[in-house]
Design a protein around this ligand. Structure first.
Ligand code: CTP
Length: 398
C-alpha cells in the first residue's frame, strides 16, 4: 500500500524511540523508501545503525554530518522536500516546542521547515508534561498550521505514572501513514454510510440467534472509503475488529437496531454500502428471564425482520448510490440479479459461500459486481482491494 512512497521518520529522545525500529521495518516491508533523522538524544535510546540497516539509507543526526557527496542535494533541505510524508515519533515536548516556534537548531527541527508534504506528529511523554498548558498550546498551534497530531495512548508510562502519553503501537502508527497517503483522495466531500457484521437476535438474557459474519468486508469498505477522503459512518453489529481510522462507528446488536440506525442516517449519505448480514427472522418473543429446559423438544416462533436495503432502496433519491451484498450458496448470479431489482439497488456485490477464499471470516473475497448495465467478475483479492474496486465502480456510477 505504500510502494515507492518516500517516508521520512524523525525520531527524538523519548524511551519509545525503540518502537520506531518496528515502524521502519514495517514500512520497508510495504516497499516504501524510508529515511530517518534522529536527534542526539534519540541515539541514547536506539542506534542510528539499527535504522540504517533496516532502511538501507544513511541516517542523519547532525546537519554537519553532510559530506561533499551530499552537497548536490543538501539533505537538511532535500530530505524534507522529497518526502511524501514526514512522521515525528516519538515527539518530545522539546521538538513540539521547536516546530511550533520555527526553531531549527538541529537536523530534525531543520528538515521539517522546507517540507511541503503532510506532517504527522506523535507526542510521547510523561502525562503531566503532556497536560502542561504550554505543551498543549504548542500542539494547538501546530494543528492550526495543518500539522496532524496523533493522540498519545493511555496506560502505564515508562516514567512510572499512569495516564496519557504513550506512543501508539507501531501498527497504529503505520496505519496512520496509510490513512494519510496510501490512496488518492478521490472521495473527498462524499458521505458514505456502511453497515457491517452480523446481527444478534435475543431469545432470552442468555441466548441469541446470529450468523458467521466477521464484519471484515464492511470494515474494509469503511477503511478504504475513509482512506480515500470520504466522511464515513459505519453501523456495526458485534464484531472483533478495530474501528478504521477516520471512521465514525455506531454499534448495534439486533436487526431492529440496525434498521433504526440505517434508516435514520440514509438521507445523510451520498453512497450507502450494505454488507451487514442482517437476520431475516427474529424471535417473536424475547423472554425476560432465562428459558428453562423441559423434558420435551422445543420450537421457537420467528417473525420477519424489516428488509433494510429494500426499505432504503424504495426511498432512495436520484443522486444516491446504493450498493448491496449478496451471499449465496447456489445460483449465485441469478439470485443476486433478482436482489438488484427487488431492492432497487444500483449494484449488488455477489459472493458465494462455497468458493474457497470467499465469504465469511477470511481476509480475501471473490466478488461479482452486478449493475443493471454490466457484470464484473473480480478475481481472488484481499477484502481491502475488493473494497477499493467497489468504490471505483461507485465513482463510475455517480
Ligand atoms: N439485507 C437487509 N435487511 C435484511 C436482510 C438483508 O438490508 N433484513 C441486505 C443485506 O445487507 C445485503 C442484501 O440485503 O446487502 C442481501 O442480503 P442476503 O442475505 O444476501 O439476501 P436476503 O435479501 O436476506 O435474501 P435471502 O436470505 O433469501 O437470500
Amino acid at each position: 500500500m505504500l510502494k515507492d512512497k518516500n517516508i521520512l521518520l524523525l525520531v527524538t529522545g523519548g524511551i519509545a524511540a525503540y518502537k520506531m525500529a518496528d515502524v521502519a521495518s514495517m514500512l520497508v516491508k510495504q516497499e516504501a523508501d524510508v529515511h530517518v533523522c534522529m536527534t542526539e538524544n534519540a541515539t541514547k535510546f536506539i542506534t542510528a545503525e539499527t535504522f540504517s540497516v533496516l532502511t538501507k539509507n544513511k541516517v542523519y543526526i547532525d546537519v554537519f554530518d553532510e559530506t561533499p557527496d551530499d552537497y548536490v542535494n543538501v539533505p537538511h533541505i532535500s530530505l524534507g522536500t522529497s518526502a511524501d510524508l514526514i512522521m515525528v515519533a516519538p515527539a518530545t515536548a522539546d521538538i513540539i516546542g521547536k516546530i511550533a516556534n520555527g526553531i531549527a537548531d538541529d537536523m530534525v527541527s531543520t528538515v521539517v521547515l522546507p517540507a511541503r508534504c503532510p506532517i504527522l506528529i506523535a507526542p510521547s511523554m510523561n502525562v503531566y508534561m503532556y497536560e502542561n498548558k504550554i505543551v498543549q498550546d504548542n500542539i494547538e498551534k501546530l494543528k492550526r498550521f495543518g500539522y496532524k497530531i496523533i493522540e498519545p495512548a493511555s496506560g502505564h508510562l515508562a516514567c512510572g505514572y499512569d495516564g496519557k502519553g504513550k506512543l501508539p503501537t507501531p501498527e497504529a502508527l503505520v496505519e496512520s501513514i496509510i490513512h494519510e497517503i496510501a490512496e488518492e483522495k478521490n472521495l473527498a466531500g462524499k458521505k458514505i454510510l456502511v453497515n457491517a457484521g452480523p446481527t444478534c437476535e435475543s431469545l432470552d438474557p442468555v441466548r441469541f440467534i446470529t450468523n458467521h459474519s466477521s464484519g471484515k468486508m464492511g470494515y474494509a469498505v469503511a477503511r478504504a472509503a475513509a482512506n480515500r477522503g470520504a466522511e464515513v459512518i459505519l453501523v456495526s453489529g458485534p464484531v472483533n475488529l478495530d474501528t478504521p481510522l477516520g471512521v465514525n462507528r455506531i454499534d448495534i446488536t439486533s436487526a431492529e437496531d440496525m434498521y433504526k440506525e440505517m434508516t435514520d442516517k440514509a438521507s445523510w449519505a451520498d453512497v450507502i454500502i450494505m454488507s451487514a448480514a442482517v437476520a431475516d427472522y427474529t424471535p417473536e418473543h424475547t423472554a425476560d428471564e432465562k428459558i428453562k429446559k423441559s423434558d420435551g423438544d422445543m420450537s421457537i416462533a420467528l417473525k420477519r425482520t424489516n428488509d433494510i436495503l429494500k426499505t432504503i432502496g424504495s426511498k432512495k433519491s436520484e443522486d444516491q448510490i446504493i450498493v448491496g451484498f449478496s451471499m449465496e450458496t447456489e445460483n449465485v448470479l441469478e439470485n443476486s440479479r433478482k436482489k438488484l431489482e427487488s431492492k432497487n439497488a444500483d449494484m449488488i456485490c455477489a459472493n458465494s459461500l462455497r468458493t474457497p477464499g470467499a465469504g465469511y471470516q477470511v481476509d480475501t473475497n471473490i466478488i461479482t459486481m452486478i449493475t443493471k448495465d454490466d457484470e464484473t467478475e473480480l478475481p481472488l483479492m484481499s477484502k481491502y482491494e475488493a473494497a477499493n474496486r467497489i468504490l471505483d465502480k461507485v465513482l463510475a456510477l455517480k
